[in-house]
Design a protein around this ligand. Sequence first.
Ligand code: PLP
Length: 394
Amino acid sequence: MPIAQKIEGFLSSSSWIRRMFEEGEKLRKIYGADKVYDFTLGNPDVEPPESFHRELLEIAGKPVPGMHRYMSNAGYVETRQAIAGVLAEETGKAVTPEHIIMTCGAGGGLNVVLKTLLNPGEEVVVPTPYFVEYRFYADNHGGKIKEVASGNDFQPDLAALDNAIGPQTRVVLINSPNNPTGVVYSAETLAAIGRLLDKKEKELGAPIYLISDEPYAKIVYDGITVPSVFNYIKNSIIVTSHSKDLALPGERIGYIAINPDIQDAPLLFEGFVFCNRTLGFVNAPALIQRLVTPLQRERVDVNEYRAKRDLLYNHLTGLGFDVVKPMGAFYLFPRCPIEDDVEFVRTAQKYNLLLVPGSGFGKRGYFRLSYCMNMQIIRNSLPAFEQLAADYTL
Ligand code: PLP
């Protein structure tokens, strides 16, 4: 066996997105790129804000001795100070650089946090549907995902969460704005989760950490803001990145923020710094840390995403699809007209529409489309959705 059995198993069972991407490559060769409507990948198609390019030129024009060397494994103190300052202002909490660890994206940050917190066999409770990589991240560190069904509106089901949290639970992992549904959890929902975790901690006699994975926190529409978990959940840890809000996914820059209310915050900080080092990340990329330091209040132009959301949402609901209107992120998660989402996605391919089955996110009977793609291609795709809808009685 050339590779580990477990990884071989993951390769064959896991990546719907990858499989659909490969399918897309085949179709593009046959029909041409502009006739294939690939809604599978969450790769931002907007450019970083102008201020990013200005900073890039500024830094490139004035090299400073030592700027490419190793640094503290937590990252530059100036960068962490800039992030802590914004978080302190938003939450009213005493967030300092000792609560911030710079990471290689949110993916790197989640691995660091899970490595630090999980004992073998412990559970990470996740509301469905969820970002599929969580399963592998938990497994990387000897943990297990425990899925909890959400309501039809994709808001968390508090009673189901209550039932799911037990002696093996170490972490509850939420993602708002959510990939794949685009829903945002309200302050009331976060407060209810906070009360539930307090109650469970007392019952079980051990801390349960809430990880809030929030790379889409600034990609929100219709005047919505994402309430901070720091204000509602004591043992909370934010993991985020600039992959989406500054459109820098290839640069691998993100951070972990520890709620100052956590009793053992300094120990968590030490653990995260240690794991950032020993997982081999060592530190987040130096140049990009410097670049994002003054950009903590910036974001991409979300109006472009909103226009795409509106076009697709209106078109799909007009055709009879049942869709929860996304409040943020850049995905739609409509219900399939049949229970078998894999068959539905195969049917969509007849019309050169590439979609991802909901099963890939722990929610059968739905499909995800990612609308971070060229507006003209989205417009061109609309008749294909009409043909697809006509195959079913909606
Ligand atoms: N979490 C969610 C919900 C995501 O959708 C993604 C990327 O698509 C990530 C984490 C990882 O993002 P990053 O590029 O910051 O590692």
